[in-house]
Design a protein around this ligand. Sequence first.
Ligand code: PNS
Length: 172
Amino acid sequence: MTTAAPRIAVYPGTFDPVTNGHLDLAERGRRHFDRLVLAILRNEGKQPMFSVDERAALLREAVAPWDNVGVDVFDGLLVNYAQRVGAQVILRGIRAITDLEYEMQMAMMNRKLAPRIETVFLVPSEAYSYVSSRLVREAARLGGSVGELVPAHVVRALAERCGTGGSAILGP
Ligand code: PNS
C-alpha cells in the first residue's frame, strides 16, 4: 500500500508584523493542507520595523495553538524554498481587487520558474480587507489604536518599538 505524500503549503510574506488578516488567512489555509509553513522572507534590502528574528518570534507565538502550522525564514527564490520543504502549493491572500495585479504577476513568475508548484489564493474575512502590516506600522507609529488588528502580544511589541508605552495603541 502506498501512502499519499503530505499536502504541504507555504504561505510566504514579510510579516512586519503579523496581523489578524494574516492569521485569518492561515486559519483558513491550514484546514486544506496537512502542513502550512508561514515563511518569512529575509529581505536585507527593506528597512523593517522588526528584525527577521523578532518577526519569527511574533509569528510563532501567534500560530502556537495550531498543530499543523509552522514558521520558517527563507532567502532567495520562493519556489526554491518551497521545493526544499516539499511544498506543492504557495498560499497567498487576496484582500481586494487592488491586490490582484501584483499577486497575479508573482503567481505567473513563480509558475514560469517552477511549473509544478501551484499558487492558491484565499480571501480573508472582510473585517480584515483593509488591514496591512504597512498601515498597522504607520498607525502604531502615530499612536493610533491597532488593538483590533493584531494579536495582543504584537500590540505590546508595537507599543515598545514605537515608544508609545502601550497607552494609545492598545485600543478600546
Ligand atoms: O508580504 P509580502 O511583502 O507581500 O511578500 C512578498 C513575498 C515575500 C511573497 C515575495 O517578495 C517573494 O516571494 N519574494 C522572494 C523572491 C522571489 O521568489 N521572487 C520571484 C517571484 S516574484
